[in-house]
Design a protein around this ligand. Structure first.
Ligand SMILES: [Zn+2]
Length: 218
């Protein structure tokens, strides 16, 4: 191989490597962009019950029928916070609360719903897809995911099973939507309402909860 041939060979390899790099950057950019667009277009792409079960969380999808009182079908375009609530109905189950929301379609009693309800035994029911708003957190319905938690007594303290499910679900949602534990807020932080009661009455328990989410490894 003479010098000229060697130069051509080196040049060819350089061009080939450069081309590979350029293709890599373009492909990476395309997929990242598509991923982000799909999260907001389809909302729950990363957070379907199927995906959850693969990540070790059991979620029952039992979506409400679309209706103006509890599932308006309004797109949820951005998710900035996760809002935690308590159901304020001691002893009621996750299914009871989900059915109550669904029943509002016919009773028209009030406007209320939430994306998830966690039961006393730690069961999780999803009532609304994450690309739609729920009627749960007042003026923050349009940029938050809401979680209602059941409780056995008036003091609103969650059972260990409910608490564990809440920690897991929040950690999983933070991961899916690139949020921090500090982005989890109480209904109280939105309107001053005593909700979730136990975490308003016991600010240290609330701090510990966020710490538990941070330290949770799925
Ligand atoms: Zn609330």
């Amino acid at each position: 191989m003479n010098i000229k041939q060697r130069k051509i060979l080196v040049l060819s390899i350089s061009i080939l490597l450069l081309a590979i790099c350029i293709v890599g950057v373009i492909v990476n950019h395309f997929f990242t962009k598509q991923d982000k667009e799909e999260i907001f277009k389809y909302g729950y792409k990363k957070t379907t019950a199927d995906k959850a079960s693969k990540d070790g969380i059991s979620i029952k999808e039992d979506f409400l029928t679309v209706n103006s009182f509890s599932r308006p079908g309004t797109p949820l375009k951005v998710i900035n916070n996760i809002v935690v609530h308590y159901v304020a109905n001691p002893g009621s189950s996750a299914q009871d609360n989900r059915n109550y929301f669904n029943g509002l379609a016919t009773t028209g009693q009030t406007y209320a719903s939430s994306h998830y309800v966690i039961g006393i035994e730690g069961e999780i029911i999803q009532c609304i897809p994450l690309n739609e708003i729920a009627y749960c957190s007042n003026n923050r319905n349009d940029d938050t995911i809401s979680i209602e938690v059941c409780h056995p007594d008036e003091d609103g303290k969650f059972t260990k099973d409910s608490y564990d499910s809440l920690v897991k679900l929040c950690a999983w949602l933070c991961d899916a939507y690139e949020l921090e534990a500090e982005d989890i807020i109480r209904h109280y932080d939105v309107t001053g309402k005593i909700c979730p009661k136990y975490f308003v009455d016991n600010p240290d328990a609330w701090k510990k909860f966020k710490k538990d989410v941070k330290n949770s490894h799925l």
